[in-house]
Design a binder for this molecule. Structure first.
Ligand SMILES: Nc1ncnc2c1ncn2[C@@H]1O[C@H](COP(=O)(O)OP(=O)(O)OP(=O)(O)O)[C@@H](O)[C@H]1O
Ligand SMILES: [Mg+2]
Length: 236
């Protein structure tokens, strides 16, 4: 049986006087694959930060299941040019996903190192392990960041635009990998994306953020909704 991992009840977010999200309610249960879509500036990244506890809602509340500890959650942040220039080796970037779980221990444990190696293997980036992260291509960097997120989270992955800027083949590979993590390993996924077609293909729930009126529901209901119909009829 699936349990509710995260429940957002009537949440609003703002930056000073700028109101970004208003009165939003939705929930994510174990095993869910939720895609968050919406135009630039609609608040997708703000919401992921809210779920991670990095930003507090101005109204409403975000309830997390006691089952979901902070070190169960892996996060792949939206990439900025500065982050692409991060001066560390691939192995260092991947193992830094263990920082949250390491607590006050000054060094990484054997288990941390094993997890980093396992996830490097899982994403097929063994050949990049000792390369400098900043010298990699965008697609290689995204794989490294997914391996890093996997080192942190065993139950929930929050991925903010993991495929943006990748070529179509690497994009499909990333989608396949994420779907496999969801279906085979039961990891819940919250993925921010601008690719509504792929969101509808892979996710079982959609949250479409819109300042006027957001949509949350199953993918099936989304496609039938006025918002979904608008996007899907545009494509033809
Ligand atoms: N740290 C901040 N301080 C002030 N305003 C911010 C901050 N971060 C985001 N905003 C503003 O909040 C709004 C929502 O931003 P957010 O990054 O959540 O949007 P988004 O949906 O992720 O957009 P994108 O698709 O471009 O990534 C925007 O108008 C943005 O300018
Ligand atoms: Mg964003």
């Amino acid at each position: 049986m699936s349990t509710e991992l995260i429940k957002c009840e009537n949440v609003s977010f703002s930056y000073d006087s700028l109101s970004v999200i208003r009165d939003l309610s939705f929930s994510v249960s174990s095993g869910d694959y939720l895609c968050i879509v919406g135009e630039n500036g609609s608040g997708k990244s703000t919401l992921t930060k809210g779920i991670l506890g990095l930003k507090s809602p101005t109204k409403g509340k975000i309830v997390k299941s006691p089952e979901l500890r902070s070190d169960d959650v892996g996060y792949l942040p939206q990439q900025t040019p500065a982050q692409k220039d991060f001066p560390a080796s691939v192995f260092e970037v991947v193992i830094s996903g263990r920082l949250n779980s390491r607590g006050l221990r000054p060094f990484y444990s054997k288990k941390d190192k094993m997890m980093a190696h396992d996830n490097i293997r899982r994403l097929g980036i063994e050949n990049l392990m000792y390369r400098s992260y900043r010298d990699l291509s965008g697609g290689q960097q995204q794989r490294v960041l997914l391996a890093r997120a996997l080192c942190a989270g065993k139950k929930l992955l929050i991925l903010d635009e993991p495929v943006t800027g990748l070529d179509p083949i690497v994009t499909e590979e990333m989608y396949r990998l994420i779907l496999e993590l969801n279906r085979k390993e039961g990891i819940s996924i919250i993925m921010v994306s601008h690719d509504i077609t792929s969101a509808a293909k892979y996710a079982d729930h959609i949250l479409h953020l819109n300042f006027e009126k957001s949509f949350f529901g199953t993918t099936e209901d989304y496609i039938k909704s006025p918002m979904g119909r608008y996007f899907f009829s545009e494509e033809k």
